[in-house]
Design a protein around this ligand. Structure first.
Ligand SMILES: [Zn+2]
Length: 697
């Protein structure tokens, strides 16, 4: 697989931390930074109806003044609907915005403009949006989106140059580019496969494709060939965005050479996740500072798990950013801004959770989208002001230090392996397995470089070279049976210790064997009712006598039907492997399974895991790489029940930690014992849906 050469650089530093720790050297990754952050970067994004009338805008400023400190930056949207606007409208609005920004500055705020639509998001309000001879965003079937346009279209580039000129001339302190710069637009899905884009791709690859022949090349033929053309398409997408950013950077910096540009992203697998390079392009030849706004979908709080899900998406986005990017404001998005949809407490926790996952601040898009009095929003603004000291404390304590722990494997090219055996690549979706495993107090991290254990799901390894896979298997790996099968098929059986014997789609229960990692839970059962939540139960056969069984499979009569469904193995490279054949990604939330998982991950890491929550609670945990001898970490009690006597096991020699609650109240806690390299700290109580910051010094 020659196409994966681009990935190698990502892997060069893989598992440095783990190797360093094995050798007793203090871990220090290349990502460590000395950038000092004194307080959080906080902004509010303001919709057109709240600023276009001067009276309304002054009411908004008065509200911010009343709750002094709630924000440092006021960012004005150019539009309230999502396709690009006619140039004339942008012209009129930037003239008004120039005045509004003068007023905002007089009141002590930094202020700038958020261009909501550069190429456009989707079909909406088309009658009042940009019309003309512009190539619409086009999917691989040839369907088009009239609210979004191809960034490779010369006419469109001229329009973009014009709107960025007008915006820069309004003299903002900064300009934000929104997340319409992507390839996924309603109602067509992924683009852009217009004729011009296909021509460009032809020049990049030396092969001329039609939409039909390209689709065939993505989906048919030898896997190696498919991977190669898919990787070439991701690179094409990276290039398209990079070229667009060159245009924007030059346009803006020709007018104001020091104006910072900010970009909003999501989990951009199909775009090739080239954030580090795009950040460099936006910074320009003069190295102007660049801001970032990582985002995801969490519009209301009825699904509580989505909050941390968004934090994980955000953490992954940040892990790619260069250290020079310091202002990283999570998108906090309450669209359509109906106050009862998301509690003020949820908004506060969301900002904290995203800071724990790597942000240094938050951009609140939480106020009304109408021209109306803001009375109903005032309690939210008051709550955010109250929480501000904790946002600052988190940002200052965690800074840009790398997050270390367990990584669910991904890289910039992870998208290429979707539906590789059959089906349509374009629609293959997010290439990662679920993140429920992190809800039981295991520490997540988001990059290979910082991982002490790697989680592998189906297809993850298909885009990797043999050398990269050997490197992975020489460390700690937790995988499902499908990944095992793929590794064995690729010739790595000697390093995995198991093979898949078969699978059962119903009536199987996992039963804990008499193995030390099962602790006091020998004989316990885990029944995930395949008749309700269907997932095959895989039977595993040991291929090496050193392999050991953690769980067997029984049926509903209690009779053993196969001796192994989960097992561990230490291979000749020193790599430690766990293969989980029974619901490897879900249903970890009972005492026996969560305890087993903590023991397994600690074993996989050879005690290089930076810490974990040993008590039985629903807790999300982010631990930072120690900086100057200090370890900082944050965790959330992600439950409606208070968590009593939370047991934090932290890999450290120091015997004291300072814990801060969300009111910044400090409690000093001394270690109540040691287990191997881990000190045990017992935190008496953490309220429901509350975060704690801990600093060890
Ligand atoms: Zn195009």
């Amino acid at each position: 697989m020659k196409n994966v050469i681009v990935l190698i650089s990502i892997f060069i530093l893989f598992s440095c931390t783990r190797v360093a720790e094995k050798q007793g050297v203090p871990a220090k990754s290349a990502n460590s930074t000395d950038a000092k952050i004194e307080k959080a970067f906080i902004s509010f994004r303001i919709g057109v109806p709240l600023w276009i009338s001067e009276t309304r805008c002054n009411e908004l400023f008065d509200l911010f003044d009343k709750y002094k400190g709630v924000t440092n930056e006021i960012t004005f949207f150019t539009s309230e609907t999502h396709p690009p606007l006619p140039l004339e409208v942008i012209k009129e609005r930037t003239v008004i915005l120039k005045e509004r920004m003068v007023q905002a500055r007089k009141r002590g705020y930094k202020t700038g403009i958020n261009i909501l639509a550069t190429i456009g998001h989707h079909n909406e309000n088309l009658e009042n949006s940009l019309k003309g001879d512009y190539t619409p965003m086009t999917n691989i079937e040839g369907a088009i989106c009239n609210g979004s346009f191809c960034p490779n279209d010369k006419q469109m580039q001229e329009y973009i140059r014009n709107i960025y000129q007008l915006t820069a001339q309004a003299n903002p302190d900064y300009i934000w580019i929104d997340d319409d710069i992507r390839f996924g637009h309603m109602p067509i899905g992924l683009g852009c496969f217009c004729d011009n884009c296909l021509n460009i791709f032809g020049k990049e690859t030396g092969i001329k494709y039609t939409r039909e022949s390209l689709k065939k090349a993505f989906n048919e033929g030898l896997s190696e060939e498919k991977l190669k053309i898919r990787e070439a398409w991701l690179q094409h997408n990276r290039n398209t965005i990079s070229h667009l950013f060159e245009l924007i950077e030059k346009t803006v910096h020709d007018i104001n050479p020091t104006m910072p540009l900010g970009f909003m992203t999501g989990d951009r697998f199909f775009e090739g996740y080239d954030f580090d390079n795009w950040a460099k392009v936006l910074s320009g030849p003069n190295h102007v500072s660049v801001m970032w706004r990582p985002g995801g979908g969490y519009y209301e709080d009825s699904n509580t798990n989505s909050l941390v899900g968004k934090s994980h998406d955000i953490g992954r986005q940040i892990s790619v950013l260069p250290q020079e990017v310091v202002s990283i404001q999570s998108e906090i998005e309450n669209f359509p801004y109906q106050r009862l949809k998301k509690a003020a407490n949820s908004v506060v926790l969301e900002a904290c959770s995203h800071i724990a996952a790597g942000c240094t601040g938050a951009a609140f898009n939480v106020l009304s989208m109408y021209s109306e009095p803001l009375d109903e929003y005032e309690p939210l603004v008051a709550k955010l002001q109250e929480a501000r000291p904790f946002f600052d404390l988190l940002a200052k304590s965690l800074g840009r230090s790398p997050i270390i722990g367990i990584q669910t494997f991904w890289n910039k090219s992870s998208y290429i392996t979707g539906n590789l055996q059959s089906g349509n690549w374009i629609n293959s979706g997010n290439p990662l397995v679920g993140h429920d495993i992190y809800n039981i107090g295991l520490p997540i991290c988001y990059s290979n470089q910082c991982a002490s254990v790697t989680i592998l799901g189906k297809d993850n390894v298909l885009g990797l070279s043999k050398e990269e896979i050997r490197k992975l298997l020489s460390g700690g790996v937790y995988m499902d049976a499908e990944a095992l099968q793929q590794l064995n098929d690729m010739g790595f059986g000697e390093l995995t210790g198991f093979e898949v014997e078969g699978s059962e789609n119903k009536d199987r229960i996992e039963k804990f064997t008499d193995h030390p990692l099962n602790g006091g839970f020998v004989g316990r059962e885990r029944d995930n009712r395949q008749s309700f939540w269907n997932s095959p139960a895989y039977t595993l056969r040991k291929t090496d006598q050193q392999a050991q069984t953690l769980t067997s499979l029984i049926d509903y009569s209690g009779k053993e039907v196969f001796p192994c469904t989960t097992g561990i193995f230490e291979n000749k490279l020193g790599g430690r492997i766990c293969v989980a054949g029974y619901y490897p990604w879900t249903f970890m939330e009972n005492l026996s399974k969560s305890s087993q998982m903590k023991a397994v991950f600690r074993w996989l890491s050879e005690d290089s895991l930076p810490g974990y929550i040993a008590s039985f609670q629903k807790i999300n945990l982010w631990i930072r790489e120690p900086q100057n001898g200090k370890t900082a970490l944050a965790f959330t009690n992600s439950s409606f029940d208070p968590a009593k006597d939370v047991v934090l096991m932290l890999k450290t020699d120091q015997k004291t930690i300072r814990i801060y609650d969300m009111n910044c109240k400090e409690t000093v806690i001394r270690s109540s014992g040691q287990d191997g390299p881990y000190q045990k700290f017992i935190i008496p109580e953490v309220g429901s849906w509350q975060m704690r910051l801990a600093i060890n010094e």
